[in-house]
Design a protein around this ligand. Structure first.
Ligand code: PLP
Length: 416
């Protein structure tokens, strides 16, 4: 049914400003061709070029015998909206192809995907180990909620593979990290991480939301599960929530089953918007990558800036690791304003004209926020220090506007 599918190879490493419709030769269609066509039927309902939005909560059978055939022969068709819908299946095939994974499973949000995966995989007495720089809600789910079911969460310093190995016990079931991490943009040695899992027979999960399959392919490095908040770059327009887990069909089967019970599936309308966003995925990522790098370079030489976190900068602690695994470095830039308390930092944010003040990232509109205020306001100074969130830190999620305009805007905001 799908007209174009293939397993993409690891993206070639290049500077993010280079045009990157450059899949290695002899390996089938390029990334943008796949973004447009992969997972889609060549001829669609109504002879339309686009996939239809089927507004249906349930799907009809022509006869009792056809229900029995469906149950006995397990052929692919819809049954009831909580188990799947046609647009969502197209999106899953497209995302699996882009990720180089056998299978993908779409959820109503990134967190629904994270919770769904862990709930399907973990039992009382099991343990999970995290690299500590990660989305605070993922951490909260593990420490506050998995704990209620007798699952133990351990946290080790990001990039400390020896500490992670030392924390592994016979009860460990999953090793978890983001790459790059948020907001410090630390990058994981994916092969080493995967090897740690293989050696101890523990599954590995990478949340690669900040990288996307355009910039990073953890499956090719041997990682079991790749998770994305598709709300961000994959959908790309700040207009929907979605999440996806990619992996092998077999490993995802229990997760798919639990999703059908939990009901955390995405709507046909959102699946369509996600598919629409994915058509321009490569074009958008090229611009996000170029804008991120241009803004990071501008900030790095600015006298009012104390530090810039961006994996594409030679000064970044993880630049070599990023270069090894990533095609581009994304649109997220984190920086600290020199000699500024939290209020002076907020003044910079309040002075910008193009970026909108909001959480999230990965959409066409540039967004700006102060992690201290947006995500860590109610935490103690000790906790903020532990997670490396300083009062003078700003997180800028570059959209696809013109880099020159973003830079001029930051220049005037920093001049005030
Ligand atoms: C946003 C985000 C999530 C959560 O995704 P939602 O779609 O908001 O539920 C998880 N991980 C990372 C890295 C994110 O940026």
């Amino acid at each position: 049914m799908a007209s174009i599918t293939r397993t993409p190879t690891r993206p070639p490493v290049s500077t993010p400003t280079e045009p990157a419709s450059d899949e290695s030769p002899n390996s089938g269609p390029g990334f943008s061709t796949l973004s447009v066509h992969a997972g889609e039927a060549r001829q669609k309902p109504g002879d339309a070029v686009t996939d239809a939005i089927f507004c249906a909560s349930t799907y009809t059978f022509p006869s009792t015998q056809s229900i029995i055939d469906f149950i006995e022969e397990e052929h692919e068709r819809e049954e009831y909206g909580r188990y799947g819908n046609p647009g969502e299946r197209v999106a899953e095939r497209k995302l699996a192809t882009l990720e180089g994974a056998e299978s993908a499973l779409l959820f109503a949000s990134g967190m629904a995907a994270f919770v769904g995966l862990l709930m399907a995989k973990l039992n009382t007495g099991d343990e999970v180990i995290f690299f500590d720089e990660c989305y605070h809600r993922s951490r909260e789910f593990c420490f506050k909620h998995l704990a209620r079911f007798g699952v133990k969460t351990l946290q080790v310093t990001t990039g400390d593979y020896a500490a992670m190995e030392a924390a592994i016990t016979p009860r460990t079931r999953m090793l978890i990290s983001e790459s790059p991490t948020n907001p410090h943009l630390s990058c994981i040695d994916l092969e080493r991480f995967a090897e740690l899992g293989r050696k101890h027979e523990v599954e590995t999960l990478i949340d690669a939301t900040l990288a996307t399959p355009y910039n990073l392919r953890p499956i090719n490095a041997g990682i079991d599960y790749v998770l994305h908040s598709a709300t961000k770059y994959l959908a790309g327009h700040n207009d929907l929530l979605a999440g996806v887990v990619c992996g092998s069909k077999e490993q995802l089967e229990p997760v798919r089953n639990l999703r059908g019970i939990m009901g955390g599936i995405n709507s046909p309308q959102n699946a369509y918007l996600l598919l629409r966003g994915l058509k321009t995925f490569e074009l958008r990522m090229q611009r996000h990558n170029a804008n991120g790098l241009a803004v990071a370079r501008f900030l790095e030489q600015h006298p009012r800036i104390e530090k810039v976190y961006y994996p594409g900068l030679e000064s970044h602690d993880y630049h070599d690791m990023a270069k090894r695994y990533m095609r581009g470095y994304g649109g997220l830039v984190t920086f600290c304003v020199k000699d500024a308390d939290w209020r002076a930092t907020a003044d910079v944010i309040d002075a910008v004209r193009i970026p909108r003040i909001a959480p999230s990232l990965g959409g066409v509109e540039t967004l700006i926020e102060q992690p201290l205020v947006m995500s860590y306001y109610k935490q103690t100074p000790e906790d903020r220090a532990r997670f490396g969130i300083s009062d003078n830190m700003i997180r800028l999620a570059c959209g696809i506007e013109d880099a020159a305009d973003l830079i001029a805007d930051l220049e005037q905001a920093l001049a005030q």
